[in-house]
Design a protein. Sequence first.
Length: 202
Amino acid sequence: MIADEDGLDPASWRWTAADRLFLRLLDEAHARGLRAIIDGVFNHTGRDFFAFKDLRENQQDSPYAAWYVVTSWDDPSTPEDEFDHEGWWGYKPLPVFADNEDGSDLHPGPRQYILDATARWMDPNADGNPADGIDGWRLDVANEVPLGFWAEAPCSRTTGASSAYVASSRRCGAAPSTSSLPTTRCTRSPSVEHSMTMPSWS
């Protein structure tokens, strides 16, 4: 996130030099009859993602405080760092997005951010014609995102551009002992054209 951008306001988002280079690549690819799909990770982020960095720094006062599954906040009156959060399958460097109250969808914060970001890549000039955008998505661990999210997501096969290619990957099997994620999440996936199941944890 650029310094003068607001993660909660897509109108403030700007195309970086790297973004524009990729958009040029899309144009060149399309001119040659090639198509491009990109990875969509909507269950978790990295620790350096702008929202989690702000959460880590500002704790409960962060506008992103409810975006993640925080299990313990830091107590500024002690020298220890008590902050803790849920990581993807127990892996802390990949903090997990929170679901809404009944678990039927993502929390409204990350949900709206993802909807805005995916729409932007699918129609960069926002003219209603997706010809200048990406041609599809490879959805990482799509089955670990609540089904309700896919009802509106523009990257879903059922709601996105009719010509968009949508594939998903999912990890099933026994989770590490440090994980609190239920394996039943392996049963929920969006409507896709291709699905890849990753090996379970050993």
